[in-house]
Design a protein around this ligand. Structure first.
Ligand code: ATP
Length: 272
């Protein structure tokens, strides 16, 4: 059975499911600019985990470090217990990691169908690949309609659906999703998030999602980390994060007018 088809761990408690991804004290930089510092996080089988953070907080850098695009200066990245720190990205893909990058990046001159086949290039089980193509067409029926069309002719939302579907075609143990809401209308964003959650619940696909759209991410995910200036400042279940005053105020835009202004936000060091 592929990793994607294994059932979600029974019990639902975070502590019980197998650790799929573990980052310990990871630091990555672009030349002199330290983009993330001391980042530690865990993703367990069957979970959707989200990293929330504003523009430039370091979310994309975390994902690029996991998938081997950036080599960290410090710390370790483990996938299913194996140390994959700074491993070649193509080898990390073969170990079960699929990355849906920011900005989608489909192959524009290949058909939708061929894009999906590209996603399955590491697999040898032809029957399973054919079944999974039908599976993604069932989740995103518009892709079935456009199967023979060049991917470059799809709308932004359809390209996002294709990018997610292509990642699923690898039958990943872990899928990384970088800002799936970017550039999409609220309606389309909601539609795509609903399908992502269905895929997680129905197929048990483990996901790490980074998002600026905190509202969507906190509703979709099980567990969340808050990233600020390259550091994790808070983590909790999304249920509890949604109730925290700082999250409501600074990420969900539910400002308690008057009492807590921007100056306080900038000065503030402690999250609660
Ligand atoms: P966004 O939501 O805007 O994509 P992000 O949270 O994903 O933001 P990153 O893209 O990881 O943030 O960037 C983290 C920090 O690293 C920022 O200060 C950014 O300016 C810097 N940075 C990112 N890419 C590069 C690069 N190629 N060269 C130099 N600095 C970079």
């Amino acid at each position: 059975m592929s990793a994607a088809l294994q059932p979600v761990a029974a019990g639902g408690e975070r502590a019980e499911a197998e650790v799929i991804l573990e980052l310990a004290n990871v630091e990555s930089a672009y030349g002199p600019i330290k983009a993330i510092r001391g980042v530690s996080l865990v993703v367990r089988r069957g979970e959707i985990v989200t990293v929330l953070g504003s523009n430039g907080a370091g979310k994309t850098t975390i994902l690029k470090t996991i998938s081997g695009i950036i080599d960290p200066r410090k710390g370790t990245v483990k996938l299913r217990g194996e140390n994959i720190t700074a491993m070649d990205p193509s080898l990390i893909v073969r170990r079960g990691l699929s990355h849906v990058p920011e900005g989608r990046e489909v192959f524009p001159l290949l058909s939708v169908h061929d894009n999906l086949l590209m996603g399955a290039y590491t697999r040898r089980d032809r029957d399973g690949v054919a079944r999974d193509i039908e599976m993604v067409y069932d989740y995103f029926p518009i892709l079935r309609e456009r199967a023979r069309q060049d991917a470059g002719l799809l709308s932004g939302g359809q390209q996002q659906m294709l990018a997610i579907s292509r990642a699923l075609m690898a039958a990943p143990a872990l899928m990384l999703l970088d800002e799936p809401s970017l550039g999409l209308s609220p309606k389309l964003t909601k539609e795509i998030f609903e399908i992502v959650v269905r895929i997680n619940r129905e197929r048990g696909t483990t996901m790490l999602l980074v998002e600026q759209n905190a509202n969507m991410a906190l509703n979709a995910a099980d567990h969340g980390y808050v990233l600020e200036n390259g550091r994790i400042v808070m983590e909790d279940s999304c249920e509890r994060l949604r109730e925290k005053e700082d999250i409501k105020e600074f990420y969900l835009g539910m400002k308690d007018a008057g009492a807590r202004g921007e100056r306080r936000w900038k000065k503030k060091k402690t999250w609660r």
